[in-house]
Design a protein around this ligand. Structure first.
Ligand code: B12
Length: 466
């Protein structure tokens, strides 16, 4: 069969600096099973839906189109499905990714041009789906999907998460526009490829969807290093380890670092990763630096121990200070992720968060405003009016962490949260020591460009008030 894999156009000006890992895996398993795949990464290509439609008209017709989407991308994904269906009702449209995983049935109800929704990990599902579409098995025999039958939507039984990740082929990057991806911030310029060394997260943060489940599965150090080797051969100058908590197990981290160094990969490629402040220590961070790590990002979320506790984050501000100190001493660049508007947030707790940001002083920060993604505890809380949360929008396009349009607190209205976010960005980045960092980010990310715009607006406001 012939498949077209699509990363849909985004409304925002966001650009990504690496190809989509989920689509890379789907392409790999389909090709291994003897199918043909083509990729349309609308974000990397800078295509809006009009440009996608023109390209689609000129392509050889696929049998099925596989579209990935988070929540804020779902309506763009449906625009793609509509273009496909307008060209031919016979092409099967399949949607997958975090949004369809959380709301498979509702997604098919809301968006008529999707035929099938994939729930959770897709590698085994697409393989079986291809067989079913070729006429082998009925759709109802494929676990982990929702599909239409007459006027009804059928949801098949859940599929177990993939136990042996080493058995998967490496993500396939042929067909992706590799020249269009480039490393971000402080890393070697040039191609950056994503690698996930384990899947699943055991933690219970109220704001997180746990899109790949809560059962942790890790790949062997040799298997991960083989993929990094392969990526270097493809021309990668840097690697983004996009595990939810890269250093979840110290033993595993040490084994992976040793394997990377045994192969001399630290001299060929630099890398960055995301993790938790409670899963690193000075020794591990030093080893990571030796093994080629250039930057580590921590999900800090809040500087208030009370808010952190309510959010189920299970870390303290003291741990945050210690982790940033150790990471800097190890010679790493540091990144901080924060969220304003968590349950029970107040003006005072936001002030504590900004205080911790200035004190820990990472190289970069992203400040999101809480979004109640489907499948999260905060959505259930907002629906019941708990934690002071109030839902503002059910338009999925508003579900981006930078926009602050989806949720507010009784004590902190949306406009106030956005104002606090702008002020924090301005206070952090508009310092001589940070301007370079902001400009580096702005060349690639919509978020940073927005910060610059907001900074300009805030400066304008401050001048007017003077
Ligand atoms: C790396 C990452 C990023 C990267 C890259 C994202 C990208 N587009 O490649 C960056 C930093 C850019 C990013 C940005 C954002 N992210 Co992010 N990100 C992740 C992270 C940590 C890993 C994603 C990944 O590579 N997974 C590995 C691959 C293998 O999994 P996958 O992509 O989900 O694909 C598998 C399945 O979902 C499925 N599948 C996926 N698509 C399809 C399609 C079909 C047809 C089929 C059959 C199957 C299928 O099969 C794949 C293989 O198993 C996840 C957490 C997580 N565990 O997923 C969050 C996560 C995806 N991000 C999230 C969010 C919210 C965002 C942002 C919206 C935040 C913001 N700034 O507002 C942004 C913007 C994205 C957007 N425009 O919507 C949420 C999404 C929640 C939701 N329901 O929307 C997640 C789940 C984090 C969380 N726990 O809440 N993110």
């Amino acid at each position: 069969m012939r498949f077209l894999l699509v990363y849909p156009p985004l409304d925002s000006h966001t650009r990504y600096w690496h190809p989509h890992l989920g689509l890379g895996y789907l392409s790999a398993v389909l090709e291994a099973a003897g199918h043909e795949t083509e990729v349309a990464d609308a974000v990397a290509e800078g295509w809006g839906i009009g440009a996608f439609s023109e390209r689609f008209d000129r392509m050889r017709r696929p049998d099925a189109v596989l579209i990935t989407a988070t929540t804020s991308e779902i309506s763009g994904a449906h625009d793609v499905a509509s273009v496909v269906k307008a060209a031919s009702r016979d092409i099967v449209t399949v949607v997958g990714g975090p949004h369809a995983t959380a709301l498979p049935e509702a997604t098919l109800r809301q968006y008529p041009d999707f035929d099938i929704a994939c729930i959770g990990e897709g590698e085994l599902t697409v393989r079986e789906l291809a067989q079913a579409l070729e006429g082998g098995n009925p759709l109802k025999a494929v676990k982990g999907i929702a599909y239409r039958q007459g006027g009804e939507i059928v949801v098949t039984p859940c599929r177990d998460s993939i136990g042996d990740l080493d058995a998967l082929p490496f993500p396939r990057w042929e067909g992706f526009p590799l020249a269009r991806y480039s490393a971000l911030m402080g890393l070697k310029p040039g191609l950056e490829l994503p690698v996930m060394s384990g899947r699943g997260c055991p933690n219970r943060c109220v704001f997180c969807q746990r899109a790949l489940g809560s059962t942790v599965r890790v790949r062997s150090a040799a298997n991960v290093a083989d993929e990094v080797d392969r990526d270097v051969a493809l021309g990668a100058k840097s690697i983004y380890f996009c595990d939810e908590t890269f250093t979840l197990s110290k033993k595993r981290t040490v084994a992976l670092m040793q394997e990377l160094m045994r192969r001399g990969l630290e001299k060929k490629v630099s890398w960055h990763c995301e993790t938790r402040v409670d899963s690193v220590d000075a020794e591990t961070l030093r080893l990571m630096r030796q093994a080629g790590c250039r930057m580590v990002a921590f999900g800090v979320e809040s500087g208030s121990d009370r808010v952190l506790k309510e959010a189920g984050k299970a870390i303290t501000s003291e741990m945050v200070r210690a982790a940033y100190k150790a990471a800097k001493e190890a010679g790493l660049l540091t990144y901080m992720y924060l969220i304003f508007g968590l349950p029970y947030e107040t003006e005072e707790s936001v002030k504590e968060t900004v205080g911790l940001l200035m004190e820990a002083d990472p190289d970069y920060v992203t400040i999101g405003i809480l979004v109640p993604y489907p499948g999260t505890e905060v959505l259930a809380m907002a629906e019941r009016g708990l934690g002071g949360l109030r839902l503002l929008s059910s338009d999925w396009r508003d579900y981006s962490k930078q926009s602050g349009k989806a949720l507010e607190l009784e004590s902190l209205p949306a406009a106030r949260l956005r104002r606090l976010q702008s002020e924090a960005y301005v206070r952090f980045y508009l310092r001589p020591s940070k301007i370079r960092r902001l400009l580096e980010m702005a060349s690639l990310s919509g978020m940073a460009r927005m910060t610059l715009e907001r900074a300009k607006m805030a400066i304008g406001r401050a001048k007017r008030h003077r």
